[in-house]
Design a protein around this ligand. Structure first.
Ligand code: COA
Ligand code: AMP
Length: 633
């Protein structure tokens, strides 16, 4: 047994969570107001498909809003919209937010949307995005938010899969120096799908051209002005709250399904025990509602515990400068800030001596949390030195919905080790196994797996695709959930997450599929074969890098080809893919069974040591690549 497992509040909580999960999670469930309280925590009757709180009913929106107003928090700030893009701040009290959400729920109900219906939300970082999500939760509809940086084809793929009855959007989003008009993209997406929803509602933003009427759609403001507020609809704890699509190794995104009950319990538990945030305190998560971090810690978790959340429309730098985050912390008295390491790197690059930080009073800030990618030791050291407070890395995924490994600041703060997200959060039995599924010794790198069942709040499955869920996550090592990450656990029980072991990459905290980019690149008339790998990037952690083999006789200028491919990826996946590098090669290194050696290609491009796999088809191809990309190139 390691040091961290032996003593203290963490050790006791972890032990109880794995030895007596019924007791642990029924106790945690007391933080939620149930319509019908659970008498049982785990239903394992259909293992490996597990369900939490099988006999309970609740409404997530009631827990996020109504109960706080009833308890006298109506006048407290629930949501602060802070737009660095248009220089606006607007505060919604709990009473205001409840009013807006109930009325928008009424709009949806009046259009015939009922419990179980899917609603796609394609919105920028404006309060209406959170209002739409909570309104869905209120009537039991299942929302599926699509990140605004995705292009029409990606939106269409999600509509195809979710088969929504409604789509909620806005006239557009604001990026530094340009506006993103959503309505032409929505129109294009609806043209690409056979499952176009009957109802489209548009929040008009005066900064962006385009209006609902141009397309015969409904206008948010008009609808809400005439709406009758709708009440909360009780749903089963096991009913879906949302579907969130995330990148897998293929081009087809995976629809991660989150339930209502387990989600509410896990998030409320995490606010107290991990983030140390309670009612009346302010948490700011500088992410986007389109990502899981935004779902959990911009929208649901802060509201579930009666805290104040901030919807920030802006960037860490350039809106207007590298002091943007510190300005928000000062202005709204933020206690916990949660961001991606790439944002800290961006601030450091612009303001290495933290001169901007010195201009603001950030004394309200107690902890800086980072996730979305590994917090590299260099960035960790810089942030800790400049802020003089704990900087906490924590590791999780869209699938889990909340942290797998963390330093639990509310439960028992632990010593920080740079480069590690600390220890397994109670409920998660994290282990490292080799290729055969055998647990390895401390300090040995391998596949990071989690013993089943996963705790409440984690994915209930993939939307209407149990087979893919089992194949992708549960079948590689029986009894374990495969995270897709590799790493090791040290002798103290600290977990070190080193990177993905599949073809998923992480660009500026955004999870992207190289397979999806390859599918686009392969469409080019001059391309015979291609591989996209994620290579190191000082600012964004990784960036996609494309390697293409031209068709015999293809005669195309390299720069023309690069521009074509960049434009195609931007058009079909979105600007967020940041696909910019294209290298023409004579051949791609492959195994004898034809599998492209992407990991070896990445190692060569990153100038790392690599071993030539014994299964290689033609070592000369790898040699040629090493000459082209190796050190000194
Ligand atoms: N809608 C439309 N376009 C978007 C977008 C959105 N919501 N978000 C990003 N984009 C566009 C950007 O405008 C940019 O377009 P460009 O190629 O025309 O310049 C492109 O996608 C790439 O964006 P990004 O990767 O964000 O790079 P950047 O250079 O604009 O900014 C950072 C760099 C580090 C400041 C930025 O990536 C950042 O703030 N990262 C933090 C990410 C984060 O919070 N992730 C959440 C996970 S927890
Ligand atoms: P997403 O599903 O978009 O949240 O991305 C999840 C993936 O991002 C994980 O599987 C990891 O590869 C990576 N990731 C997220 N947070 C961390 C972290 N704190 N340390 C290392 N990798 C992380």
């Amino acid at each position: 047994m390691s040091a961290v497992e032996q003593s203290g509040a963490y050790a006791a909580a972890f032990a109880e969570s794995v030895e007596n999960p019924e007791r642990f999670w029924l106790k945690a469930a007391e933080a939620i107001d149930w319509v019908s309280a659970p008498t049982k925590a785990l239903d394992d009757s259909a293992a490996p498909m597990y369900r939490w709180y099988p006999d309970a009913t609740l409404n997530t929106c009631f827990n996020a809003l109504d109960r706080h107003v009833a308890a006298g928090r109506g006048e407290q700030a629930a949501l602060i919209y802070d737009s660095a893009m248009i220089g606006t701040t607007r505060t919604y009290s709990y009473a205001d937010l409840l009013d807006e959400v109930s009325r928008f729920a009424g709009v949806l109900a009046a259009r015939g949307i009922t419990a179980g219906d899917r609603v796609v939300i394609y919105m920028p970082m404006i309060p209406e995005a959170a209002i739409a999500m909570l309104a869905c939760a209120r009537i039991g509809a299942v929302h599926s938010v699509v990140f605004g940086g995705f292009a029409a084809a990606e939106l269409a793929a999600r509509i195809d899969d979710a088969e929504p009855t409604a789509l909620i959007t806005a006239s557009g989003g604001l990026e530094p120096g340009r506006t993103i008009e959503y309505l032409p993209m929505v129109a294009r997406a609806l043209g690409l799908t056979d499952n176009a929803p009957a109802t489209v509602i548009v929040k008009d933003r005066e900064q962006i051209p385009g209006a609902a009427a141009d397309h015969g759609w409904l206008d948010w403001d008009t609808e809400i002005a005439n709406a009758e507020p709708a009440d909360c609809v009780p749903v089963a704890a096991t009913d879906p709250l949302y579907i969130l699509y995330t990148s897998g190794t293929t081009g087809k995104p995976k629809g991660v399904v989150r339930d209502n009950g387990g989600h509410a319990v896990a998030l409320a538990w995490s606010m107290r025990n991990l983030y140390d945030i309670g009612a009346g305190q302010t948490m700011w998560t500088a992410s986007d509602v389109g990502w899981v971090v935004g779902h959990s810690y911009i929208v649901y978790a802060p509201l579930l515990v009666g805290a104040t959340t901030i919807v920030y429309e802006g960037k860490p730098v350039g809106t207007p400068d590298a002091g943007a985050f510190w300005r928000v912390v000062e202005q709204h008295r933020v206690r916990a800030l949660f961001t991606a390491p790439t944002a800290i790197r961006a601030i450091r690059k612009e303001d290495p001596d933290a001169a901007e930080l010195a201009k603001y009073d950030v004394s309200s800030l107690v902890t800086l949390f980072a996730a979305g990618e590994r917090l590299d030791p260099d960035t960790y050291e810089w942030a800790t030195a400049k802020l003089g407070m704990p900087v906490i890395d924590h590791w999780w995924q869209t699938e889990t919905g909340w942290a797998i490994c963390a330093n639990l600041r509310g439960l028992e703060p632990m010593p920080i080790k740079a480069g590690s997200p600390t220890v397994s959060v109670p409920g998660y039995r994290v282990q490292i196994v080799d290729g055969e599924g055998t647990e390895v010794e401390p300090g040995t790198e391998g596949n990071i797996v989690i013993g089943l069942p996963l705790p409440p709040g984690t994915l209930a499955g993939l939307w209407r695709d149990e087979e893919r869920y089992v194949k992708s996550y549960l079948s590689t090592f029986a009894g374990y959930y495969l995270t897709g990450d590799s790493g090791y656990i040290d002798a103290d029980g600290y977990v070190f997450v080193l990177g993905r072991s599949d073809d998923v990459i992480n660009v500026a905290g955004h999870r992207l599929s190289t397979g999806a980019m390859e599918a686009v690149v392969a469409q080019h008339a001059a391309v015979a074969e291609c591989a996209v790998v994620g290579i190191k990037d000082d600012l964004k952690g990784q960036r996609p890098s494309g390697y293409v083999v031209l068709k015999a006789g293809a005669d195309i200028d390299r720069e023309v080809l690069r521009k074509d491919l960049v434009a195609m990826v931007r058009d079909q996946i979105g600007a967020v893919a940041t696909f910019r590098d294209v290298t023409v090669v004579q051949a791609l290194p492959k195994t004898r069974s034809g599998k492209i050696l992407r990991k070896t290609m990445r190692q060569i491009a990153d100038h790392e040591d690599y071993t030539v796999p014994s299964t290689i088809e033609d070592p000369a191809v790898l040699d040629a690549l090493a000459r082209l990309l190796g050190p000194g190139q």
